[in-house]
Design a protein around this ligand. Structure first.
Ligand SMILES: [Zn+2]
Length: 424
């Protein structure tokens, strides 16, 4: 994932640390009065005609050293040495990385007056020339959370719909993971599904630096609305709950594969000629690249990890007395997976393959209740919830959830009005 950070600074005036000669001249721009302003009394002690400042930004390319950048921009190598000699912050300039952006300020003789860059999204390092040396300073700022809303409609994939409203793939994955006990994002997402999300955007100096927490989210899947709100109990317990306070976490994951590992191409290819020969077809087939991790959909015990000519490498997990899940055609088992082994929900148990009767790599997944095959979509929706919000958190949760959901609804409505206005 690439995080695009617009990081171009321009001198907005006197730098905070600038009490160097000529600093007051930096403020005079095109709107400066033509009549010379009388110099302040202490100006006589400073050099005459302080050099004008030119600023530009240079981006570090792969393989660049700072001396390459200095050379490319005609800045004397001696100035680089002065920077490095300025102390520990100067030494850090010996390790620079592609994507860093250096803002240079120089005088008309191309001497460096000022250098500024951001080694991380939180930190800004500045070097200011004072006579024949540089003074270095670093400022670390915590990102500020700014609440944001985005809503989108799926045309092709959740990823592309999220990208369409400025949310990256990692955000889309986080959004989907909140609903991974309710929605199979590999097989069940359809055109015209919708999402609405209230989240924190992280900013430093009012510039976007990253996505923070998802606070409240709604996903409409095939006409059915699912909602979740984040709750932090202040004692280290943070989770997502339904508006009624039931944990989003449930006994079984809807899909034993991560949707983010499977491209939409694979989804489209999921009709597979050989499956017709598995009559009756008692499971769900996920076409996925060989090697895609397969996860236990619930806590349980491995009843079988074996191989037959039709099933290939397969695993059966028992989840208590009532439930079993089966995973077929695996290329291999995960390390340590064998009969009798306890596994946890989400634990990788094996990898997608095409062993047994399979003409292409896919996972054949079965969900059984008391030995009877059921469609997980139907079976899981009737399973009792397991973790409601605790009684002592009830009041706090109710008020927090109500506020977040009201804000989500308001933002959603105002966006819909806005798009109606735009359509007129
Ligand atoms: Zn199958």
């Amino acid at each position: 994932m690439t995080l695009a950070i617009a990081a171009v600074w321009m001198f907005g005036g006197v730098p905070e640390s600038a009490n160097a000669a000529g600093a007051s001249d930096l403020e005079s721009g095109p709107s400066a009065p033509i009549t010379p302003v009388p110099a302040p009394p202490d100006a006589v002690t400073k050099p005459l005609d302080p050099p004008p400042l030119e600023t530009f930004v240079a981006r570090v390319r792969r393989g660049d050293t700072l001396s390459d950048i200095f050379e490319r921009n005609g800045i004397p190598a001696r100035d680089l040495q002065l920077l490095i000699d300025s102390g520990p912050l100067g030494k850090r300039l010996e390790n620079i990385f592609p994507g860093y952006e250096f803002e240079f300020g120089r005088d008309i003789q191309a001497n460096l007056l000022h250098l500024k860059y951001r080694p991380s999204r939180e930190e800004t390092v500045e070097f200011q020339r004072i006579g024949d040396r540089f003074e270095a300073s670093a400022v670390v700022k915590d990102p500020q959370d700014v609440r944001q809303y985005r809503g989108g409609r799926i045309e092709r994939t959740l990823f592309s719909a999220c990208q369409g409203v400025g949310l990256n793939d990692q955000f889309a994955t986080r959004l989907a993971e909140i609903f991974r006990w309710d929605i199979d994002f590999i097989l069940d997402v359809r055109t015209d599904d919708e999402f609405h999300v209230l989240y924190n955007e992280q900013r430093i100096d009012n510039q976007f630096v990253g996505f923070g927490d998802i606070l409240a989210v709604e996903f409409i899947n095939q006409g059915e609305t699912y909602r979740a709100v984040r709750y932090d109990d202040g004692k280290g317990g943070i989770g997502y709950y339904t508006p009624d306070g039931e944990s989003m976490r449930k006994r079984f994951l809807r899909a034993p594969l991560d949707f983010s590992r499977i491209s939409s191409d694979f989804n489209l290819k999921r009709i597979h000629p050989l499956w017709k020969s598995e009559m009756p077809h008692l499971g769900i087939d996920y076409a996925a690249p060989t090697g895609t991790p397969v996860k236990a959909s619930g806590d349980g015990t491995v009843l079988t990890a074996s191989k037959t000519s039709s099933k290939g490498n397969y695993i059966v997990i028992g989840h208590g007395e009532r439930y079993q899940t089966k995973y077929l055609h695996l290329s291999r088992f995960a390390r340590g997976i064998e009969q009798g082994k306890r596994v946890q929900q989400g634990q990788v148990i094996g990898y997608v393959g095409a062993t047994g009767w399979a003409t292409g790599p896919h996972l054949h997944y079965e969900f059984l209740v008391r030995g009877v095959h059921l469609n997980p979509r139907k079976a899981l929706s009737t399973l009792p919830q397991t973790h409601p919000i605790s009684p002592e958190d009830r009041v706090g949760f109710d008020s927090s959830a109500a506020l977040l959901l009201a804000e989500l609804d308001n933002r959603k409505k105002s966006q819909q009005f806005a798009s109606l206005d735009a359509a007129r």
